[in-house]
Design a protein around this ligand. Structure first.
Ligand code: AMP
Length: 283
């Protein structure tokens, strides 16, 4: 496994792989790697001959009051996991390499896809992600890139960005990696206290309950959501959002159509930890 800190180093390593006729898959991450990330690496391996992973905690996607400073950083363990998964190249730039110190003249606007879900709750979040992913795609120039369904809105925004900006990369989505009790794996789960960790899977259970009701023919999300939110609040969660959204436009849906697919998405705080999760459901 090779590691690269600079743009020219990673470009050279990827060019070498491509000159050997290898198809290159890319998995961008912020590190603190867990089983969810590793499932993306496995999927990358399945769809390509070589795998590049980036580890970079992108300051541009954190608001000033958010957890950029305390975000878990476990580089040594991350590199061991990548080595074990036969990753070919790990790109681990620093802020100076990624953004330099010059004044910046551009930012990328996002329209409807950014209004609800995390886009609504975290102003500037997806602009920061789109900026860094654009840069990473231009640096790594992968043939394929893998993103997790865990961040479905991120996947959808990147999928559209690739289409509208003509990035020459195929985007694939990997399913949500979960702990045995259903909790979606997340680097931020490290913030949970022991007690909070036992309560956290309730988010998944609330979604599964709603999914079950929808499968039983209740097609108006408003009839299902409030009760689950009240139950979660009673368990100690502070709700952010819970709703059914269009898979394509990410707009909330008032009335589902039988046979159509949607994303049921949730975000809530448990203590200081913000948890998100989603299920792709069929009405
Ligand atoms: P992050 O390091 O949180 O920025 O995530 C890097 C990539 O891993 C993103 O594409 C995430 O959607 C994906 N990811 C994070 N957690 C999971 C999970 N539990 N299951 C599947 N993919 C995940």
């Amino acid at each position: 496994m090779k590691t690269a800190k600079t743009i020219s180093e990673v470009r050279k390593l990827v060019a070498e792989l491509k000159s050997q006729g290898k198809k290159v898959a890319f998995v961008p991450t912020m590190g603190a790697l867990h089983g969810g990330h590793l499932s993306l690496v496995k999927m990358a391996r399945h769809h390509a001959d070589a795998v590049v992973v980036s580890i970079y905690v992108n300051p541009e996607q954190f608001a000033p009051h958010e957890d950029f400073g305390t975000y878990p950083r476990t580089l040594e363990a991350d590199l061991k996991l990548c080595e074990k998964e036969n990753v070919d190249v790990v790109f681990m730039p620093d802020d100076e390499i990624m953004y330099g110190s010059d004044e910046k003249y551009f930012n990328i606007g996002i329209k409807e896809l950014n209004v609800h879900l995390d886009g609504g709750s975290r102003p500037g979040y997806f602009q920061g992600i789109i900026l860094v992913v654009n840069k990473l795609f231009n640096i790594v120039k992968p043939d394929v890139a893998i993103f997790g369904q865990k961040d479905y809105q991120q996947f959808r925004i990147i999928e559209k960005m690739v289409e509208e900006f003509n990035h020459d990369v195929k985007i694939l989505m990997a399913p949500v990696g979960r702990a045995e009790d259903g909790l979606a794996l997340s680097s931020r789960n490290a913030y949970l206290s022991k007690e909070e960790r036992t309560i956290a899977p309730s988010l998944y259970r609330a979604m599964k309950y709603i999914e079950h009701q929808i499968e039983n023919g209740i097609l108006e999300p408003s009839l299902l959501i409030q009760h689950q939110q009240d139950e979660l609040e009673a368990k100690g969660f502070k709700n952010d959002y819970l709703n059914v959204y269009s898979l394509e436009t990410l707009q909330p849906v008032d009335q589902m159509e039988t046979g159509k697919k949607y994303v049921l998405a949730i975000a809530a705080y448990l203590g200081k930890t913000r948890l998100i999760d989603n299920l792709i459901i069929e009405a």
